[in-house]
Design a protein around this ligand. Structure first.
Ligand SMILES: NC(=O)C1=CN([C@@H]2O[C@H](COP(=O)(O)OP(=O)(O)OC[C@H]3O[C@@H](n4cnc5c(N)ncnc54)[C@H](O)[C@@H]3O)[C@@H](O)[C@H]2O)C=CC1
Ligand SMILES: O=C(O)[C@@H]1CCC=N1
Length: 277
């Protein structure tokens, strides 16, 4: 479906790079089908050009008219300004894909000023190792073919879940930001490991395998997470002793509130930066 399609990435940050590297690794697109632009950092574009063989462009927005798909990969705060600059080089025949937190497809439609199809998505940085979970939703004016094309693109960087757009803010708070919560946990486990005298490299590999094992387990069983952690916990044993400390710090409540706050922030970002009610 993506054969001969030209895809432009507007914004060459970490998310765009994670996507580009996965897409090329899986040969979903060839380097010459990918065009990337960034606001100011020319070195960044050069680096992507050298590393991935993709084409880059700047100050040449006319080239956008040749694109079949335009991926918005800048920060939400930059969406209105970006679209104001490029909208004259866009058409209703193109597909627009957004990875932006919070920004709705109706907002993007209004900023574009025409009825091009828009797909809103929420990947995560595990895309860099082909393990993103990307939620994709069919937004304004999008047909099944646009959803299918987007699905093909995002399957290159991991798994895909097709959802309704109204779920996207919640998903952003859970799985878009999710890798950061896990890395924070890992950092804490690393500090703990050091304090009990374990070597840094050994600790890192132990922690990584604990996470991989737990993730595989949760995917392959119908048992609840509660049952799984209870299976680890022997009465009067080590895990129970550790859990008592976690409970005294309200660890679980903190994570619940963290996810709720991140999801609410996604909604706020949409309102803050869209300039559209
Ligand atoms: N980093 C993450 O974990 C995830 C990020 N996202 C979303 O992806 C988007 C990008 O995030 P990151 O890659 O982390 O940000 P980033 O800050 O690394 O990259 C954004 C890039 O966009 C460029 N940019 C801004 N305005 C532009 C314009 N008018 N034209 C061309 N380039 C422009 C900036 O110069 C910057 O290099 C955000 O909207 C974020 O909500 C979504 C899922 C996960
Ligand atoms: O922190 C953020 O706003 C972005 C969206 C999801 C992950 N990173």
């Amino acid at each position: 479906m993506l054969t001969n399609k030209k895809v432009a990435f507007i914004g060459a940050g970490s998310m765009a790079e994670a996507m580009i590297s996965g897409i090329l690794k899986e040969k979903v697109l060839l380097p010459q089908q990918i065009f990337v632009t960034n606001r100011s950092n020319k070195e960044r574009l050069l680096l992507l050009q050298e590393q991935y063989g993709v084409k880059t462009f700047s100050n040449n927005q006319e080239i956008l008219l040749e694109m079949d798909i335009v991926v918005f990969a800048m920060k939400p705060k930059d969406i209105a300004e970006t679209i104001a600059k490029i909208r004259h080089y866009t058409t209703e025949q193109q597909l627009f894909i957004s990875v932006l937190a919070g920004v709705s497809t109706s907002c993007i439609s209004q900023l574009l000023g025409h009825n091009a199809p828009i797909i809103r998505t929420m990947p995560n940085t595990s895309a860099a190792v082909g393990e993103s979970i990307t939620a994709i939703s069919s937004g304004n004016f999008a047909e099944l073919e646009h959803l299918n094309m987007s699905e093909e693109l995002f399957k290159a960087i991991g798994e895909v879940a097709i959802v309704e757009e109204e779920k996207l803010d919640a998903i952003t708070g859970l799985s878009g930001s999710g890798p950061a919560y896990i890395y924070y946990l890992i950092e804490a486990m690393e500090i703990g490991a050091k304090e009990i005298g374990l070597d840094e490299h050994l600790a890192k590999s132990l922690i990584a395998q604990v996470l991989i094992g737990a993730a595989e387990r949760i995917k392959s069983t119908d048992l609840s997470s509660k049952t799984l952690y209870k299976q680890v916990m022997s009465p009067g044993g080590t895990t129970e002793a550790g859990f008592k400390v976690l409970e005294s710090y309200h660890y679980q409540e903190a994570m619940v509130e963290c996810i709720k706050r991140a999801a609410a922030r996604s909604t706020e970002l949409g309102k803050l930066y869209s300039n559209v009610k």
